[in-house]
Design a protein around this ligand. Structure first.
Ligand code: ADP
Ligand code: ASP
Ligand code: MG
Length: 439
């Protein structure tokens, strides 16, 4: 059994849904097909939720109607027969009825999660309707019946395994199973999600749970590129990455993969393939335990970083100082990405401003605290680059005009990270593209 995940753009147009049906039916192996919402839908739902939280009900209503219109048109392009059309309109109608009911009740965080879940629920229903019309046998497995996270938002892989196997076993005659990415249930049994871009994470968790032969992530680009194609003009696809390299790239900003999506595949040793729906014959990127080669593979950037510097003469020759500082971040469940220390100061970075005020207040007794927002981490990733001296030379020659605020070297063998002011991101990625890849 394999897993095939199709992202927003891969299902975002009726003709794309037609082509992914073709891709799936070509398979000889049974497949669990994980779908995202149609591109733009989750953004629209986030906006509707925001309108409701701000009590802007008229604006929310306008946005709901606009989204409904989009789906009405989509169905016309997707399905041919009047019966299939009618069925799909009824199925999608239920979701818009739900959104219209929500307009009338008071907003809550639980409702927000319910709203965000509508996209994947609708895309899978539409795809299932198309497969029905085309006479392609399949089963629709509701992710809300097996995908579960605990009170710390960690996936309950054991439960997922048991429940998913039971669901699959109920359809012994089927080879194609369709399910929703992104959505799940939390420890209270409420509808929740795996955060933006989370369908990749769903796919990898499912692949781990069923011990899949491969986890295919189908998107709108032919694999992981050496640099961010949204920022830099000339980028090239990478043939092979190790799990460690891919995890670093995903965590440090390569949007093609959700930051947490590699660990389940790595844990269960399931190869991941990044493929392009628009160019299915392209080789894409294979991610396995093997790195393939030594040297720099790619650079990625993560925005919205906050740098915090704590300066204190008490740190001089003192032990236990760092523990006390780390405890503050632990208390607010905020993870630290980069850290550097000197005799009298420690600088570190976090990627969330959620508890910043409280954290800063609790750090105050330890010394002078300085904060810089809007920073960017640029990570240079590649197998054993830390042991490759020429990489350091090329790297520092390339960034001689960039005001680097922090450097992290040696934390892992595969990553060198730089902290720079956000406004230097484009320039940094460009000079690294030239300096490290000659592009
Ligand atoms: P999907 O909707 O299929 O999940 P995403 O938009 O989440 O697709 O991810 C694919 C996009 O990731 C690409 O279109 C590309 O712009 C962006 N991206 C950012 N960094 C990289 C990279 N290093 N390699 C490939 N794509 C990248
Ligand atoms: N639809 C969700 C999002 O846009 C999940 C995903 O596409 O992976 O974030
Ligand atoms: Mg994505």
């Amino acid at each position: 059994m394999k897993v095939m995940k199709f992202g927003g753009t891969s299902v975002g147009k009726p003709e794309r849904m037609h082509s992914i049906a073709e891709l799936i039916t070509k398979e000889s192996e049974p497949a669990i097909v994980v779908l995202s919402a149609l591109s733009g839908t989750t953004n629209a739902l986030v906006e509707i939720s925001k309108n409701l939280a701000e009590n802007e009900r008229n604006v929310a209503k306008q946005n709901i109607d606009k989204l409904e219109q989009h789906y009405e048109t989509f169905i016309e392009g997707l399905l041919k027969t009047p019966e299939a059309n009618k069925k799909a309109h009824l199925a999608i109608g239920e979701h818009f009825e739900f959104l219209n009911i929500i307009l009338k009740i008071s907003f809550s965080e639980a409702l927000n999660k319910d709203i965000l879940a509508q996209g994947e629920l609708m895309s899978t229903k539409l795809f299932s309707a198309y497969l029905d019309e085309a006479g392609i046998g399949h089963a629709l497995l509701p992710a809300l019946d097996f995908m579960q996270i605990d009170a710390h938002e960690e996936p309950q892989i054991g439960n997922i395994k048991v429940k998913l196997s039971q669901l699959v076993a109920q359809h012994k005659d089927k080879k194609i199973f369709i399910t929703q990415g992104y959505i799940c249930r939390n420890s209270k049994g409420e509808v929740d999600n795996l955060k933006r871009g989370g369908s990749d994470y769903s796919a990898s968790l499912i692949a781990g749970a069923i011990n899949a032969s491969v986890c295919e992530i189908w998107t709108d680009i032919s694999g992981m590129h050496n640099n961010d194609p949204r920022v830099v003009k000339k980028t090239v696809a990478i043939d092979q990455l190790s799990f460690d390299e891919a995890a670093e790239l995903a965590y440090f900003g390569a949007k093609i993969l959700h930051p947490a999506s590699i660990w389940p595949a790595q844990h269960y040793n399931i190869p991941v393939r990044l493929l392009n729906t628009m160019e299915p014959e392209a080789k894409g990127t294979l991610i396995t335990e093997e790195a393939g080669s030594v040297g720099v593979k790619a650079v990625a950037a993560k925005d919205g970083i906050v740098a915090i510097k704590i300066k204190s003469s008490r740190m001089l020759l003192a032990y236990g100082f760092l523990r006390k500082i780390f405890e503050v971040f632990e208390k607010y469940r905020t993870s630290i990405d980069m850290i550097t220390t000197s005799e009298v100061a420690v600088s570190l970075t976090i990627d969330s401003k959620d508890n910043l005020e409280d954290i800063l207040q609790e750090l105050e007794p330890f010394g002078t605290v300085e904060v810089d927002e809007n920073q960017t981490i640029v990570s240079i990733v590649g197998n054993e680059i830390v042991q490759t001296p020429e990489v350091m030379k090329l790297l520092f020659d390339s960034i001689s005009n960039i005001p680097v605020r922090m450097v992290s070297y040696g934390g892992s063998k595969h990553n060198i990270s730089l902290l720079i002011p956000g406004e230097f991101k484009t320039l940094t990625l460009q000079v690294l593209n030239k300096g490290l890849f000659g592009l």
